[in-house]
Design a protein around this ligand. Structure first.
Ligand SMILES: [Fe+2]
Length: 213
C-alpha cells in the first residue's frame, strides 16, 4: 500500500516477464497498480501474470482494466484478466497498431478492448476520480491516469524517475513525448507523486528541472 484518501488506497506489486518489439525480446519488471476501496477497484496495466494481479485485487469487484498503452509488457494478460473478473478493458484507440501486434492472431481474429479512452475521460472508483491524460510519444495511444484526490499520477512508460520513456522503437516519437510531458504532466502540481510503469516512484517537482528544456 502506498497511499490512501477517503478509504481509497493504492496497492502495488512488481511482476516479471518479457517485452518484445521490433524483433527483440527483453526481460522486464513491471509495476502493478490497483486503485480502490474495500469493495471495488481498477487495475492499471495487465503485464505478465493474471495471478499476480488477482493477488492485489483480492475479493474486490474490478470496475475496469485501464491500459497506459498496448506494449505487450503492459497489455498481454488483459484479455485473460477480463475473463476472470468480467471488467472492460479501456485503451486509447491510437494504440491499435501496438494492440494488434500482441492480440491479433494470424487469421485476423483476436481480442479487442472494450472502451476507448480519450483525453479527459474520467473513471470513478471508490468515490475517487481517475482522469485520463492522453500523452502520446512513447506510444501513440499512451495515457496517464491522474488521481487528484490521491495526489498522484500513473504514467506507464511516459515518465520515469530520471526522465521520459524510451522513444527509440517503432511507433514512438521523441518530440511528441516531450510535448506531452510539457503540456500534460508539468501542468500538475510539483508534489504530485508519479507512479511509473517500471522502477521507482518520483514526483513532478523532482522531474521538472530535467524536463523543462
Ligand atoms: Fe512501453
Amino acid at each position: 500500500m502506498s497511499g490512501a484518501a477517503g478509504g481509497v488506497r493504492i496497492d502495488h506489486a512488481v511482476s516479471s516477464g518479457t517485452f518484445s518489439l521490433d524483433g527483440e525480446t527483453h526481460q522486464v519488471d513491471n509495476n502493478l497498480w490497483v486503485v480502490g476501496d474495500d469493495t471495488e477497484c481498477v487495475v492499471i496495466d495487465a503485464p505478465h501474470s493474471v495471478d499476480d494481479i488477482l493477488a492485489l485485487v483480492g475479493e474486490r469487484t474490478v470496475r475496469a482494466i485501464l491500459l497506459t498503452h498496448a506494449h505487450d509488457d503492459h497489455s498481454r494478460v488483459a484479455p485473460a484478466l477480463r475473463e476472470r473478473v468480467v471488467a472492460p478493458i479501456m485503451l486509447h484507440p491510437d494504440d491499435k497498431p501496438l494492440w494488434d501486434l500482441t492480440h491479433l492472431s494470424e487469421d485476423g481474429q483476436g481480442h479487442l478492448w472494450d472502451v476507448d479512452l480519450g483525453d479527459g475521460f474520467e473513471i470513478l472508483v471508490g468515490g475517487t476520480v481517475l482522469r485520463a491524460l492522453h500523452t502520446p510519444g512513447h506510444a501513440p495511444g499512451a495515457v496517464c491516469f491522474h488521481a487528484p484526490a490521491l495526489g498522484c499520477v500513473f504514467t506507464g512508460d511516459t515518465l520515469f524517475q530520471g526522465g521520459p520513456g524510451a522513444t527509440g522503437r517503432s511507433y514512438s516519437d521523441e518530440d511528441v513525448i516531450k510535448a506531452s510531458i510539457r503540456e500534460k504532466l508539468l501542468a500538475l502540481p510539483d508534489e504530485t507523486v508519479v507512479h511509473t510503469g517500471h522502477g521507482d516512484d518520483t514526483t513532478i517537482g523532482a522531474e521538472r528541472a530535467g524536463l523543462a528544456g
